[in-house]
Design a protein around this ligand. Structure first.
Ligand SMILES: *Cc1c(COP(=O)(O)O)cnc(C)c1O
Length: 242
């Protein structure tokens, strides 16, 4: 039982930090959602956060997404547990997605944070049409402009957002970015600020209407800066699960 309370304590600590940072920068903590990234978590730990009522869960590899989502489905339907548990969870695909894995992903996830090319968006749109689905997609932007990183180039983002927004089966919900792995807070902040500027530009041009409202940025190491720069969805893994 001890490990379980540790997870609850860690979530509480992150929530308290969110509240504190929001107070400092004049934001409403209710406008910040957490996706709990389960990619390294043992199944028991995932079950524990679901028991605590956290239903937004993130995975970065399709194969693992399939495996853990199957396990959690079984868990949610165990007669002994069912009455106490949420009816379902929402899986967020947050990692690089290959086009040949799109169909499988859509069968599990309605939130894809890692759309970064026109070809991938087109593949998701046509697979979603066949499944009669309207997934929420985020345009991932390489705001740090590191050459080895996934994400659309900053200079291509607005045009790509227009193209994605015109696809009938996609709901362009927001932007996603990942800061560089560095202890230099100014570098991290500049990356998030750039994403926020792009976000404002796309919103001002009304490219995707009112459903375009999320900035998915901030992980365990840098979510406080992300909140200060306008994040609405934090993707938190190791601060809770390791
Ligand atoms: C793993 C991962 C996270 C969470 O990172 P932590 O440092 O464990 O909080 C967030 N976003 C993406 C895309 C990831 O792959």
């Amino acid at each position: 039982m001890r490990a379980m309370s540790t997870i609850a304590d860690r979530i509480q600590l992150v929530r308290q930090t969110i509240t504190d940072v929001c107070r400092c920068c004049g934001r409403d903590p209710d406008h910040i959602q957490m996706v709990l990234v389960t990619k390294t978590a043992p199944t028991e730990a995932i079950k524990e956060v679901v028991r605590l009522g956290y239903i937004d869960l993130g995975e970065n590899r399709v194969q693992h997404l399939k495996q853990v989502s199957d396990e959690i489905d079984v868990f949610l339907n165990e007669p002994a547990e069912k009455a106490e548990l949420p009816k379902k969870v929402r899986w967020h695909m947050i990692g690089h997605l290959q086009r040949n894995k799109v169909k499988q992903t859509l069968q599990i996830s309605n939130y894809i944070h890692s759309v970064d090319t026109l070809r991938l968006a087109e593949e998701i749109n046509s697979a979603a049409a066949k499944l009669d689905r309207h997934p929420n997609v985020f345009l991932q932007v390489n705001c740090s402009e590191e050459p080895q990183k996934y994400g659309a180039p900053v200079g291509a983002a607005v045009h790509l957002a227009e193209q994605i927004a015109s696809m009938p089966n996609l709901r362009l919900t927001g932007l996603m970015t990942m800061a560089p792995l560095t202890l230099n807070k100014d570098v991290v902040r500049a990356c998030f600020a750039r994403c926020r500027e792009l976000f404002e530009e796309i919103r001002t041009e009304n490219i995707s209407g009112a459903k375009f409202k999320h900035l998915s940025m901030g992980m365990s190491q840098d979510y406080e800066i992300a909140i200060e720069e306008g994040a609405t969805i934090l993707r938190i893994g190791s601060a809770i699960f390791s």
